[in-house]
Design a protein around this ligand. Structure first.
Ligand code: NAP
Length: 488
């Protein structure tokens, strides 16, 4: 190991982001890396979300690292367990398992200007230091419970989709499901056949496309293993489909219109009852919220034991859910598929940069960063899957790989300039964000509320364009965008 590669790195989070960036750094000779993981296992959202039917609606050949293609995915849209196993296998093959400190929940990170290093505190009272801090905590790691009056008064069982209580037997029960997002449309069809009564509380109808899932056959597995090009063709096909769909967001609205037509046909073909169909018809432009994929959601909603209610929820009572029309919907179990605190990013960690400035203060009007990766006044701090790097369509792993390469170049600059710290120039980051917000104004995300926008309506989560555009722009870290100054 050459001396100039001895930059120490602390990564927060052992999900796809943290594992991906650690691999990229190690492959380029940076070996002084520790990953701090609050849980007892790696996996991020793929460890947490174990609800029935949990799967990725991005095809597995695309939702995987480019350098770790897997010829034997069980399905095109693999389930949570298979994805979790895949990530564990990747971490193992790349020698990362003994680099992960489990049960290490970061509470605070402080940049020491004298030393030019980060001091990181964990909830157990321990302290670590490193030259570089990389946050890879994801955007969807903290469940959002709704603030409905009486929520704590319910006497039955209640849990959030991301904290699924597998100890609760739903067989023959009256179950209330609140929320109709990407999570709910996966578990509703799974639990519907076993429950006595399922009442689905829908605040906003979703645009739903059919999911062309398939189990890969042993012949396909052999083909993918023997002819790696075959797997790449499948990966490329899905990548291209996602890229073309992304063009519909800003450049070519005609694509969105075509996709909307497909979704409408999916609804009309699956729901015959005009009243139910009307309730399930979205009243906002497609792609404003995440477009969902399912071939069994609408059929499940037409079953006799399912009731869809669009009345607003006014309170939770000890017996169930009351809606604005005064009806009490009795329930023995309430499942909250109400999403995540997506716009809070690194919160509740306290991150203090130059002069003790807190990241939450710098982001008081909404999170922002240069390509979602670096923030002025927070030297030697990088983020994976940071602000404005989520996608309406496509694979986040592709974004994670783009960011990892960019971050590795930053770490390289630090290795080449010992004793100096790297910080994005405020004017560069400011101009970038002005441009970004202008482009975001042209996206459909402005026409409804979603976890892509913060309380003031600012879109803090999404990248407005194709992944090609993002990758092209972050391919090279331009040193002119940064200052490299001696530690004080
Ligand atoms: P979500 O998309 O944010 O959906 C939350 C749902 O809860 C919405 O239908 C929302 O209604 C409803 N809701 C929230 N508060 C409510 C209240 N007080 N009363 C009534 N309804 C309320 O959450 P999610 O389904 O967990 O998905 C979050 C994200 O996770 C997705 O967008 C996606 O990025 C990711 N995800 C991905 C996959 C995948 O296959 N790749 C699967 C699951 C999740 P409104 O729409 O009216 O706000």
């Amino acid at each position: 190991m050459s001396a100039e590669r001895r930059v120490s790195v602390l990564v927060i989070g052992a999900g796809f982001g943290g594992i991906g960036v650690a691999i990229e750094l190690r492959r380029h000779g940076f070996d002084d890396i520790s990953i701090l993981e609050k849980a007892a296992d790696l996996g991020g959202v793929w460890r947490e979300n174990t609800y029935p039917g949990a799967a990725c609606d991005v095809p597995s050949p695309l939702y995987s690292y480019s350098f770790e293609q897997k010829p034997d995915w069980p399905q095109r849209y693999s389930g949570q367990a298979a994805i979790h196993d895949y990530l564990r296998g990747v971490a193992e093959r790349h020698g990362l398992l003994d680099r992960i400190e489990f049960g290490a929940e970061v509470s605070e990170a402080v940049f020491d200007e004298q030393a030019g290093r980060w001091t990181v505190h964990t909830a157990d009272g321990a302290t670590r230091t490193a030259d570089v801090l990389i946050s890879a905590v994801g955007q969807l790691s903290r469940p959002q419970w709704p603030s409905i009056p009486g929520i704590d008064s319910f006497t039955g069982e209640a849990f959030h989709s991301a904290l699924w209580d597998h100890g609760v037997d739903l067989t023959g029960k009256r179950v209330a499901c609140i929320g109709t997002g990407a999570s709910a449309i996966q578990y509703v069809p799974q639990i519907q056949p076993e429950v006595a009564q399922l009442t689905l509380f829908q605040r906003t109808a979703a645009w739903v496309l059919p999911k062309f899932d398939t189990e890969y056959s042993p012949i396909q597995h052999k083909l993918f293993a023997k002819i790696p090009g075959a797997l790449l063709v499948e990966r490329f096909g899905w990548w291209l489909t996602a890229e073309i769909s992304s063009l519909g967001l800003v450049e070519l609205p005609v694509i969105s219109r075509l996709v909307a037509r497909m979704a409408t046909r999916n609804l009309t073909e699956n729901v015959a009852d005009p009243a139910l169909r009307a309730e399930l018809t979205p009243d906002y432009p497609i792609a404003c919220k995440r477009v969902l994929f399912s071939s069994d959601y609408f059929p499940a909603l037409t079953q006799p034991n399912v009731e869809v209610t669009t009345e607003a929820i006014t309170e939770i009572t000890p017996e169930g859910v009351r809606t604005a029309d005064g009806t009490l919907h009795p329930a023995e179990v309430i499942i909250y598929g109400t999403g995540f605190k997506g716009t809070e990013f690194l919160w509740p960690m306290r991150i203090r940069g130059r002069g003790g400035r807190e990241l939450s203060e710098a982001w008081s009007a909404g999170a922002h960063a240069y390509y979602g990766i670096t923030v002025p006044e927070f030297p030697n701090l990088f983020m994976v899957y940071g602000p404005n790097t989520n996608l309406g369509v496509g694979s986040i792993i592709y974004m994670i790989e783009s960011q990892s390469r960019y971050i590795r170049q930053g770490v390289q600059l630090l290795a080449d300039n010992p004793g100096r710290v790297l910080e994005v120039r405020p004017e560069v980051e400011h101009t970038f964000n002005e441009e970004l917000q202008k482009r975001l104004e042209r996206t459909p995300w402005n026409f409804c509320s979603s976890w892509y926008r913060n309380a003031t309506g600012k879109i803090t989560n999404n990248w407005p364009g194709t992944v090609t555009r993002y990758r092209r722009r972050v391919r090279r870290l331009d040193p002119r965008d940064y200052t490299l100054t001696p530690a004080a």
